[in-house]
Design a protein around this ligand. Structure first.
Ligand SMILES: Cc1cc2nc3c(=O)[nH]c(=O)nc-3n(C[C@H](O)[C@H](O)[C@H](O)COP(=O)(O)OP(=O)(O)OC[C@H]3O[C@@H](n4cnc5c(N)ncnc54)[C@H](O)[C@@H]3O)c2cc1C
Length: 283
């Protein structure tokens, strides 16, 4: 690994000052599970690492006024095990439980994962299904946008140079939702998904009031299945309708062929797992 200087700011402003001062030579670091690997492989060579570990504002999980706020530095494991998350946003706790191994989940953070933007990661589909928003801070101010709008390509986000993710916020759904996160893992239980689907359904008396469906590992970014959602909304959720909704998915996904399967295979599995996720959510 090439030498670097470590900076340990204690506030967001101090972190932003450092990132501005060192510009392209600096990178923020949270859990380090992705960045350190990239540095070891010399794919990135930052001369300055700005550790976010001591920035209090980026820590903690709290819920108030029907909104969940998760600090960017929250490790995956703390989201998986949080009583607040498990009772109010169980889809999220269940999704984080499915990430890799406990060792990884103890270290990797929600903010680091979003900024890393690997489309094979688990949390984005569930965050999109829950209509989560991501908080961002930069030298020119703060903004919040839907998680869905954060991702722009393979390992690419709309974060400007020097900006950091501060938090994720999610409103409590007006009524309990039916949900499922299905991760297709044909190789090992701690692998990245071959394809994965998150489903959140608002169902009243067998009829769908609202539906949000998103997929991971199915294209350069997480993909929202709008056509499938539109077919379900306002309808009685019969098995044939679930099949028809899932059948719209192959046309909107754009997977790559890799060691987890060919693009065609993943496209087929995206349909199969969408149908199964819908069935599981309603079971
Ligand atoms: C072996 C292995 C298996 C894994 N399997 C899975 C899996 O199956 N599913 C899954 O979802 N994840 C998995 N992960 C985790 C995932 O791929 C990332 O490594 C992790 O989410 C990154 O989080 P981090 O906090 O460690 O980020 P870091 O490694 O610290 O940073 C990652 C990137 O984000 C930037 N960054 C970090 N924090 C911020 C911030 N707050 N604001 C702006 N930029 C920031 C860094 O500069 C860097 O570019 C796995 C990781 C490993 C090592």
């Amino acid at each position: 690994m090439i030498p670097f200087e470590l900076h340990v700011p204690t506030s967001v402003d101090e972190a932003l000052d450092l990132l501005e001062r060192f510009g392209e030579d600096a990178r923020p670091i949270a859990g380090g599970t992705a960045l350190v690997l990239l540095m070891q492989q010399r794919l990135v060579r930052p001369e300055h690492l700005v550790s976010l570990g001591q920035v209090r504002e980026l820590q903690g999980i709290e819920a108030g006024n029907g909104t969940l706020r998760i600090g960017a530095l929250s490790p995956h494991r703390s989201i998986e095990t949080s009583g607040v998350v498990r009772s109010g946003w169980p889809l999220l706790a269940e999704t984080y439980r499915r990430v890799a191994t406990v060792r990884i989940r103890n270290v990797a953070t929600i903010g680091g994962g979003l900024a890393h933007a690997d489309p094979n990661q688990d949390p984005p589909a569930a965050l999109i299904a829950l209509d989560a928003r991501v908080g961002i801070a930069g030298k020119h101010g703060r903004r919040e946008l839907p998680v869905e709008e954060l991702f722009t390509g393979y390992y690419e986000t709309c974060l400007e140079p020097g900006e950091i993710v501060t938090h994720v916020s999610i409103s409590r759904p007006p009524r309990p939702i039916r949900y499922a996160y299905l991760k297709f893992l044909p190789r090992t239980a701690d692998d990245y998904a071959t394809v994965a689907v998150a489903v959140a359904l608002d169902v009243d008396d067998g009829r769908c009031r609202d539906a949000r469906i998103a997929l991971n590992a199915a294209g350069p970014t997480p993909i929202r299945a709008h056509a499938a959602e539109d077919l379900l909304k306002g309808q009685a959720l019969q098995p044939e309708l679930l099949r028809s909704a899932a059948a719209t998915v192959p046309a909107i996904v754009d997977p790559i062929s890799d060691s987890r399967g060919s693009a065609n295979y993943k496209r087929r599995m995206a349909e199969v797992f969408t149908r199964r996720a819908l069935e599981q959510a309603l079971a």
